[in-house]
Design a protein around this ligand. Sequence first.
Ligand SMILES: *[C@@H]1O[C@H](CO)[C@@H](O)[C@H](O)[C@H]1NC(C)=O
Ligand SMILES: *[C@@H]1O[C@H](CO)[C@@H](O)[C@H](O)[C@H]1NC(C)=O
Ligand SMILES: *[C@@H]1O[C@H](CO)[C@@H](O)[C@H](O)[C@H]1NC(C)=O
Length: 456
Amino acid sequence: MPFRARTATASLRWSLHSLHLGFCSLALSKPHQFSANCHEFLPWLERKAASAVSSSLFIGKSSYGRSLFASKTIQTGDCILKVPYRVQITADNLPPEIKSLIGEQVGDIAKLAIVILTEKKLGQDSEWYPYISCLPQLRELHNTVFWNESELEMIRPSSVYQETIDLKSQIEKDFLTIKRVFESVHISFEDFTFKDFMHACTLVGSRAWGSTKGLALIPFADFLNHDGVSEAIVMSDDDKQCSEIIADRGYAPGEQVLIRYGKFSNATLVLDFGFTVPYNIYDQVKIQFDVPKHDPLHDMKLELLHRNIVPHPKDMKDLTYPVNTFIIKEVKSDRGKGKGLPQSIRALARVLSCTTFHELDDLVEEAAQNDGRLARRPLKDITKEIQAHLMLLSVFIQLIEERNETIMSLGSSYCPPFCERLFVRRLVAQDLLFGELRILKSASAWLENYCFSLTC
Ligand SMILES: *[C@@H]1O[C@H](CO)[C@@H](O)[C@H](O)[C@H]1NC(C)=O
Ligand SMILES: *[C@@H]1O[C@H](CO)[C@@H](O)[C@H](O)[C@H]1NC(C)=O
Ligand SMILES: *[C@@H]1O[C@H](CO)[C@@H](O)[C@H](O)[C@H]1NC(C)=O
């Protein structure tokens, strides 16, 4: 499933992303209903683990719900918690009769979702009850898969719109697969609705870490909130059979302790975690380009592009991208210097701007004489080079306008009082679109400068 779970180590299949806790969005949510069993949680876990988990953290409440705080002075380099594998939940915890049947038909997220659902059904009889009962309720989540149609309209211009639809249909597919497996061994699946399953998948997708033995829910560690600039991450030690976290800075007693789950853009945040952050250093916008159908060189261009340019964002290998999709990050220098726009998208523009076979041939030949990469150098004809980039600029301007329009309509739309859900989701939508706007503007400023520099 295309959820991006948190990762334990950089070498794993999931990319290391980062997200900042949704200070603005989450602050509005009601605190989790945990006060009752809160004090008993750590002792319960330590009994279950038959070892100490943490002596320097306590569970408390911050403005955005449950959090972990320093119970004593913590110094850089201190190990702040150690959760043995035996008290982590992995696909191994599936009911045995289901485990053997389900095989590789669904991914780890769906498997862990089944574990959550079956344990939840057991209620207080579940050996995981204290943990399961702490997980956020459906109404506390704002991931876009839970948005209704009119709420989704708020993010229409963003790629997150389509990604939400795709994710939901993937979850639905998994749901039906699992249902079939349950029914084939005459285990009732009636108790679980699609909504329950989606809820469970979302919990896993936003709380589990990848490790050498697949995805794992790590109780207690998952109470830590996230700071995108923190260097503290969850590390798994196969020799010691435990996951641990080393403090990357000092904390005074009573201070909230934060770690970095991964490096995530707002788009990933709203899709997989249901919130955005005040300032996200992992900004990016995903955009798509099509070769116009009416272009007489359509087929040849498409063929060339498939062969030569197709970007494969190496940090997102787990997602399948259409070939014409590009990831744009904020362009730091608008002077036409520095990194500027991704080379692949500029190469695409040069290819698209060709109007004759001859021009395309020249590009192919030039690539062959150099490092084989198509259209990586400025076109020899400066007017053409400008034209290609102006074409890109016009695309960016349109993307900017679409977002601007939606943001304006969000600002003026009516939000009924006490409708917290809509209020939170609208903020999330605005954050997402504002962030994309900022990136697109940096890209278009860069393009303007580049074109200007060529005309002088
Ligand atoms: C995420 O949202 C924040 C808050 O509005 C914004 O400042 C930031 O630029 C956004 N980043 C992205 C990548 O959308
Ligand atoms: C958005 O559109 C409004 C009205 O057309 C305009 O005043 C404003 O400058 C635009 N903002 C951006 C960021 O383009
Ligand atoms: C969608 O959610 C909004 C609140 O966020 C609500 O006002 C609206 O009635 C809902 N629409 C449907 C079709 O359920």
